[in-house]
Design a protein around this ligand. Structure first.
Ligand code: CA
Length: 229
């Protein structure tokens, strides 16, 4: 089932959108401010985002820009003001579509369907097995950036996904924390090497049956981490 995130502070509109989308077979989450919307968009896997522009905490322009830095999923911007829509176009912040309020729910659903199918064509469907990494009960789908353990989906953050995929694509090799930091965050990233340890711990909590006795990512004391095959 496709998952859609609605970021909208007007409860009645959000609920109307949700009802129509659920009837159309989508699973829907609602966040009522920009900050929570951005957090969810980055930490969970959605197939499309409906983003209001006038939002408390963080406006839709900022939310859109920040999502775009990390993800290329379709974003449909919504506003009651035509000037806002012109601004979306003008700023080039990476929204895929924009729609003015009030709109008919069926028009919204039609646009969503169009964007989802366009995006699927773009990334290729999950049938292309080349982009899957399968090791024992672990399945990493690089196209949809989804991870399954024993057929059950686990939700990883962007960085957790990147680390796991990097290690799984280079099995049996030991990478130091510095290696991983450079590969995942980039050389000139401001940050702390200790963040690698934190991320590895979180990945284990999500994919391992017993995180203290890991079956996938092993710790090689004094050297780093190794993906076990
Ligand atoms: Ca609003």
């Amino acid at each position: 089932m496709k998952r859609i995130l609605i970021v909208e502070d007007e409860q009645s509109i959000a609920e109307l959108e949700r009802d129509y989308l659920e009837i159309s077979g989508y699973s829907v989450d609602i966040k009522d401010n920009g900050k929570d919307g951005l957090d969810s968009a980055l930490s969970k896997q959605y197939d499309l985002i409906i983003l209001d522009i006038m939002l408390p905490e963080l406006d839709g322009f900022e939310v859109c820009k920040n999502i775009r830095n990390e993800k290329d999923i379709p974003i449909i911007m919504v506003s009651a003001k035509k000037e806002d829509i012109d601004k979306v176009r003008g700023l080039g912040i990476g929204a895929d579509d924009y729609i003015t309020k009030p709109f008919s729910p069926s028009e919204l659903v039609a646009r969503i369907k169009a964007h989802l199918s366009r995006y699927e064509r773009l990334i290729g469907t999950s049938e292309s097995k080349n982009d899957e990494v399968k090791i024992r009960g672990l399945l990493i789908d690089k196209n949809s950036r989804r991870v399954y353990v024993n057929d059950k989906e686990v939700i990883l953050t962007t960085k957790e996904f990147d680390i796991l995929t990097f290690l799984a694509l280079n099995p049996n090799r030991v990478f130091s924390k510095e290696d991983l930091f450079e590969n995942i965050w980039g050389m000139d990233s401001l940050g702390d090497i200790a963040t690698v340890t934190v991320h590895i711990r979180k990945i284990r909590e999500k994919i391992e049956a017993d995180p203290s006795n890991p079956q996938y990512i092993e710790t090689i004391w004094g050297a780093g981490y190794r993906f076990k095959v």
